[in-house]
Write a protein that binds this ligand. Structure first.
Ligand SMILES: [Zn+2]
Length: 502
């Protein structure tokens, strides 16, 4: 007998410090993520992609799948109550219409904060349980940046979490969710479970699994399984969220409570013991550009500079100007920066046409968090409608729909900088974003990207070096400087950081 499994997804990573909310329209459009997808189209569009739901669908589990709805969009501020209600209601009504199912699989993020609720995923599961009761097995896959609460843990039946950052294993995590759900269903009863919460917040820029201690810690997980333990996973958490349950959590499942508890405790201990090893790689933007120019002078490959605090992939607008200004001030040669979210600049470039020179102000819509607009004269070098296919390890095969884009060469002040601007916010995690406007990153001396860590998957292989600039932005990466007001008491603000009084 094959199990009948309802499948859906609702992903959002909410930065409660970001200046813009996340309305329903953002989910309808998607942008760098696929647009809101309903019913049978879920099974038609997602196979073969690096998304959790893709991995679940593609897994050789023998499940009979019933597609519901899937929605995601670029991280941003609070999900509006309207968006949360509409997508939750859509999912639940399709689940009720589906008739009897053996279980539900949900592709969730783990760090969604809708207006009025601290834990969006817990509230979604709460509403689902209200509709279908307490007994339906619900398998959830989460992003490595999930901030999870005890309420969420108690409402979900089994949870798997990405083990890489950059997230090159999204599909693999969906496949693990399918396997763990099958274990649960074959077992015929709830699995034993454990949930643990780490007592310090890990900065985003210290989290890459291509570096230590991230690689080593996530590498421990397979070794904790077996002997009554079906799975162990943990999330590093997403710091820019002013909610009580921000930070890292561990999940374990199995058929032996003692073994499950021991595995969860072992992982928590390893995370505690790694507190000394999480390093902050950021240096002041001007200093970072000077270092990059010095390295580039002797390199035959580009130096990549990340702008983590203006990472649209963490909810920042993507139009802060600190690193842009530093590149102009240093007269960086053969350099590019992008993508800067500036619909007005993109529209002006499209109106002027290729070859035109225009005086323009770039970025700076949110000067309090991102710095002032930069006035300069630019030549329009290329235009694009913003529709292209991602090619990198994380999003390869997905379609970008970033609206009108342009490549602008700064001609006054005199420097060698090209700026990629676009209309819909998108983290620069893929070289295809530059190539969409005719900029070839591998030919550059310096490539500046609006990203914190995800860029590493596609850019580190072409890089002479990778540097991290500290410039203004709405994704604060120095935890002790984040103006939290609602943290649980006792959690430390960063490794060995000050203790929250709650
Ligand atoms: Zn993430």
């Amino acid at each position: 007998m094959s199990y009948r499994i309802a499948v859906g997804g609702f992903q959002h990573e909410t930065n409660t410090f970001a200046p813009l909310p996340t309305p329903y329209a953002n989910f309808v459009t998607g942008g760098s993520w696929p647009p809101l997808t309903e019913g049978a189209a879920v099974l038609e569009k997602f196979p073969g992609l690096n998304l959790p739901i893709s991995g679940f669908i593609d897994a050789d589990s023998g499940f009979d799948l019933v597609p519901l709805v899937w929605a995601a969009t670029e991280p941003n501020g609070f999900v509006t109550a309207d968006a949360f209600d509409r997508i939750s209601d859509n999912l639940i009504s399709r689940l009720l219409d589906a008739g009897p199912v053996d279980a539900l699989y949900l592709d969730l993020h783990g760090a969604m904060v809708p207006e009025g609720f601290d834990d969006g995923e817990a509230e979604l599961l709460n509403r689902i349980r209200s509709a279908v009761g307490p007994d339906l097995p619900i398998a959830v896959s989460l992003d490595l940046h999930g901030n999870t609460s005890q309420a969420f843990f108690e409402l979900a039946s089994v949870v798997t979490i990405y083990r890489t950052y950059p997230h090159i294993d999204m599909a693999e995590t969906g496949a693990r969710a399918a396997s763990l759900l099958k274990t649960r269903l074959d077992h015929g009863a709830p699995l034993y479970s454990a949930w643990r919460q780490l007592d310090y917040i890990i900065p985003i820029v210290a989290q890459p699994t291509m570096r230590q201690p991230g690689g080593r810690l996530y590498g421990m997980l397979p070794g904790l399984e077996g002997g009554g333990v079906a799975s162990v996973d943990f999330a590093f958490g997403f710091p820019p969220a002013d909610i009580p349950d921000v930070g890292a959590t561990v999940f374990a499942y199995g058929t032996d409570q003692t073994a499950v508890d021991a595995a969860a405790d072992a992982m928590l201990s390893a995370l505690r013991d790694a507190e000394d090893q999480f390093r902050d790689p950021m240096t002041e933007a001007g200093e970072t550009v000077r270092r990059a120019m010095a390295i580039a002078a002797d390199a035959d490959k580009p130096v990549i500079i990340a702008d983590p605090q203006d990472n649209p992939g963490a909810g920042a607008p993507g139009d802060s100007t600190g690193l842009l200004q530093a590149l102009i001030d240093a007269k960086a040669e053969n350099a590019c920066i992008g993508m800067i979210w500036d619909p007005d600049a993109a529209a002006a470039a499209h109106a002027a046409g290729v070859g035109a020179e225009i005086d323009i102000e770039i970025g700076g819509q949110f000067p309090d968090t991102g710095g002032p607009a930069v006035a300069c004269r630019v030549r329009v070098e290329a235009l694009s409608d913003g529709n292209f296919t991602f090619t990198g390890p994380m999003f390869g095969g997905l379609q970008g729909a970033l609206g009108p884009m342009a490549a602008l060469r700064v001609v006054d002040p005199d420097c060698g900088l090209q700026i990629a601007v676009g209309t819909r916010r998108c983290q620069n995690l893929d070289q295809a974003i530059f190539r969409a406007v005719g900029i070839e990153p591998s030919d550059k001396a310096i490539v500046a990207v609006k990203s914190a860590i995800h860029f590493m998957a596609d850019y580190e292989p072409i890089a002479a070096d990778v540097l991290f600039a500290e410039a203004p932005g709405a994704n604060p990466c120095r935890i002790e400087r984040i103006a939290y007001t609602r943290l649980r008491p006792g959690v430390r603000l960063g490794p060995h950081g000050p203790v929250s009084e709650g």
